[in-house]
Design a protein around this ligand. Structure first.
Ligand code: DUC
Ligand code: ZN
Ligand code: ZN
Length: 487
């Protein structure tokens, strides 16, 4: 871990507001160490070994001192997969950029990467401009964009190079949702070839949507219309098959591949095998696939399961996908844990699928609880403290060209810092710790043996012991570089 020896003169030469975070344990992917953190304006100026601090009383030396005794001081979370205000199935995800980024801040996430969406017939540049307009001036935390391509044609292919120059360096393609966002294998191949040329990362929603649509129609025809059948109609075999196909297309084109929201252990096996052979193939999973299941959530009584309809779907607990995903987090084959945050209210939105699960808008909330839920993994012995920081902040920053500005507590980085208290208890529930624009909680009833105490975004404290001190418009657009994670 970097530790710059500083002198009092160095500190006094800085003109902006200084904050001294004292007494905590700084956690990075490579270790944990008792270190104080000096913040100068919007950036981290130095890490200071407390016993070597070259000054007297910090209270007299700095503008502000934050006491972090007994806590972990970690880089602000980077959630590389959110969908604020996403149009889906005739409705729009209920979190705006304002409400969603406020919820993220409460949960210790200080950067999101959201998705601009292009569909057949639309000009890619126009769609990106539309997403900029939605986000600009409304975000509590910093944000970047990936671009979804739902209509790969020659104009879209050319636009990809332009977007890379504007800091949109990753493109999501769908093997699912025929007629909506779907790309066929030829379109995927061409988009991957473009990425191989311009250095961008291909992100893949890997499910065989053509086959799934047949299964969906057959279940509905048989009167199997409850949310449970959303899961049944999207079997792991069709995630594994699509994942394998995407890996092969990436291999043929030489493009790096990032498979989003992996939920099936068999799909992970495909990714691990490709990685074992040296391929630039990476996996993302989400907390819902680590904790929730087909039987308990999608299979809840009545229409309740609609709250947890998302794609890829929750998998069978009996088939032990969860244990395997945790294991792949430990081996490093799962590189990042994001949320696919895409909430829809139960009333009026999820209810669109009453009597027909295929009309339930896909998605659930997570941006506020990811850091907590993954910390509970540390408490439960599923991953180390260091790996917690790695999958929640450092690797997503490296993967998507934001490092070392984001994802690490190091001199020169943005002062996006979370003071995380392992000695408190957080009960997740609708009335307690929920700030999304949502009429229920995806994570109602989850108990966390820890909690966010304070959150700093670019040197400004935006959350302090549950109190929101931020503002819409504080968050700025992040022009991203190319991935720094490739082999
Ligand atoms: N999956 C979801 O559950 N929601 C948004 C889009 C997606 O791929
Ligand atoms: Zn997806
Ligand atoms: Zn998504």
């Amino acid at each position: 871990m970097a530790m710059g020896p500083i002198t009092l003169q160095d500190i006094r030469s800085v003109a902006m507001t200084t904050t001294y975070i004292r007494g905590g344990t700084v956690v990075s992917p490579t270790g944990s160490q008792p270190l104080d953190v000096l913040v100068d304006g919007e950036t981290i100026a130095a890490l200071v070994a407390p016993e070597l601090a070259p000054f007297g009383d910090p209270d007299q030396t700095f503008d502000r001192v934050l006491d972090a005794s007994g806590t972990y001081v970690i880089p602000g979370g980077v959630d590389a997969h959110t969908h604020m205000e996403m149009p889906f199935g005739g409705t729009v995800a209920s979190d705006t950029f304002e409400s969603g980024t406020r919820a993220a801040a409460h949960g210790g996430t200080t950067t999101i990467i959201d998705f601009a969406i292009q569909r057949q017939g639309e000009r890619v540049q126009d769609t990106l401009a539309a997403w900029h307009a939605k986000a600009q001036g409304n975000c509590a935390i910093d944000y970047g964009f990936h671009q979804i391509l739902g209509g790969v044609d020659s104009d879209a292919l050319k636009a990809m190079d332009e977007l890379v120059a504007e800091g949109v360096t990753s493109f999501k393609l769908f093997m699912a949702y025929p007629g909506v966002y779907y790309s066929d294998d030829g379109q995927i191949l061409r988009a991957m070839q473009q990425c191989a040329g311009n250095g961008a990362l291909t992100m893949m929603h890997a499910e065989n949507g053509i086959a799934i649509d047949q299964l969906v129609a057959q279940h509905i025809e048989r009167g199997e219309t409850s949310p449970y059948y959303h899961g049944v109609s999207r079997p792991w075999e069709l995630e594994e098959e699509a994942t394998h196909r995407a890996i092969m297309l990436a291999r043929v084109t030489g493009a790096p591949l990032y498979v989003v929201h992996v939920s099936a252990k068999q799909a992970m096996e495909q990714i691990a095998t490709a990685r074992g052979a040296g391929a630039n193939v990476f996996a993302e999973t989400c907390p819902q696939y680590l904790y929730l299941s087909l039987e308990e959530q999608l299979g809840a009584a009545g229409f309740e399961g609609a709250k947890w309809v998302c794609s890829t779907p929750l998998r069978s607990r009996e088939e032990r996908h969860q244990d395997e995903l945790w294991r792949y987090i430990r081996t490093g084959d799962v590189a990042t844990v994001s949320t696919d945050h895409c909430p829809f209210c139960f009333k009026g939105q999820k209810e669109m699928g009453l009597g027909d699960f295929s009309k339930i808008p896909n998605g659930m909330a997570g941006v506020e609880h990811r850091v907590d839920l993954m910390y509970q993994g540390v408490v439960n012995g599923k991953l180390s403290l260091q790996r917690w920081v790695d999958v929640c902040a450092t690797t997503p920053a490296r993967m998507f060209g934001l490092y070392p500005r984001k994802g690490i507590i190091s001199p020169g980085a943005d002062a996006d810092i979370v003071i995380y208290d392992p000695n408190v208890h957080t009960s997740i529930g609708f009335d307690k710790t929920h700030h999304s624009n949502l009429d229920h909680s995806t994570w109602e009833g989850f108990e966390i043996d820890g909690g966010v105490r304070a959150v700093m975004s670019r040197g400004t404290v935006i959350v302090d012991r549950g109190q929101y001190l931020g503002r819409a418009g504080h968050g700025t657009y992040l022009k991203r570089g190319l991935s720094q994670y490739l082999i």
